[in-house]
Write a protein that binds this ligand. Structure first.
Ligand code: NAD
Length: 289
């Protein structure tokens, strides 16, 4: 089966980036969200990011126009998945929402269509069971910002077929990404390690081992991490990181117990760059992206 039509459900932080790389990969893309206004705003983000690529000479004007013309916005969910070969969901990280979405689309999918979730760590097997087509269900974990980050973790659920895995790897490669194969496990590879490093950094901050700036500097210049753990958590969102830690704690045990200081920051509304304040405060002197 050759994939030509990709549907992306959810056009937020991740969804608009996924639509971007699908379109530059040569696919026809249908982008869905809950309102026309959100779709329009997020399509503008895609065009802005593509235009930056042209300005930096990473993309020709021709390719910019071809990519933009391949993206169609569609607010009707069932219509958005009809005729699609490959559907990627990027709606918020709540199992109940994802299961409800899957139930709403499963009877409208073509028999051969693959359904992929961009979850950061929820169970692919549980979503696959709800889809009634577990062999065609897979995890496709993109990274933020999608058009810049090279990796996709491909996660097999219990019954994901080899054909579905191979097709997902092929689509990922056409999107210009590197892939790693992961068997389902909470937090996969990256979210599990990242959550652990960030949590440890928060314990150090709480204990007064060093300032946030010096912990970030130590990891960047001493351990060659491209970003410090607090810069990273401000990018991901402290609420998102806390929910990942809670999930890891409940599934993998005590060593993932969230540091009380993260909980305190979240209660204070310090959720990261998206609200202008997390571990750091963002203003004109600190870049937003
Ligand atoms: P987001 O809140 O930025 O975007 C979610 C979008 O989904 C919103 O535009 C919302 O309107 C839309 N939406 C909600 N319910 C919908 C529905 N029923 N149908 C259609 N659209 C719907 O969230 P995000 O950060 O893009 O995260 C999306 C998924 O990607 C989550 O599972 C998250 O864990 C995962 N993820 C996030 C990151 C990250 O850094 N933000 C990284 C990797 C994976």
């Amino acid at each position: 089966m050759s994939v030509q039509n990709i549907t992306v459900i959810g056009s937020g932080t991740m969804g608009h980036g996924i639509a971007h790389v699908a379109a530059t990969g040569g696919y026809n893309v249908v982008l869905n969200d809950v309102s026309e206004a959100l779709l329009k705003k997020n399509f503008d983000n895609i065009k802005r990011n593509l235009a930056k690529g042209v300005a930096l000479k990473k993309l020709s004007q021709e390719k910019y126009e071809a990519a933009v013309s391949r993206i169609r916005l569609c607010v009707n969910l069932q219509e958005a998945v009809t005729g699609s070969d490959f559907v990627i969901e990027a709606i918020p990280e709540k199992m109940a929402l994802k299961i409800e979405l899957i139930a709403n689309i499963r009877n409208h999918l073509q028999t051969h269509a693959v359904l992929a979730s961009n979850t950061s760590g929820l169970s692919i097997t549980e979503m696959a069971a709800a889809s009634n087509r577990p062999q065609n269900f897979i995890g496709m974990h993109f990274f933020n910002p999608v058009h810049k980050m090279k990796l996709i973790e491909i996660i097999r659920g219990l019954e994901t077929s080899d054909e579905t895995f191979a097709l997902t790897a092929e689509v990922s490669t056409k999107m210009g990404k590197e892939v790693v194969a992961v068997n389902e496990s909470p937090g996969f590879v990256t979210s599990r390690i990242n959550a652990m490093i960030g949590n440890e950094a928060f314990f150090m901050l709480q204990e007064g081992v060093a300032t946030a700036e010096d912990i970030d500097k130590a990891l960047k210049f001493g351990l060659n991490h491209p970003m410090g753990p607090f810069e990273m958590i401000d990018l991901v969102g402290l609420d998102t990181r806390l929910s990942i830690l809670k999930h890891l704690h409940s599934t993998l045990g005590e060593k993932y117990r969230p540091c009380p200081l993260i909980e305190k920051y979240v209660k204070a509304g310090r959720l990261g760059k998206k609200v202008g304040k997390g571990v750091y405060t963002y203003n004109q002197t600190r870049e937003q992206d």
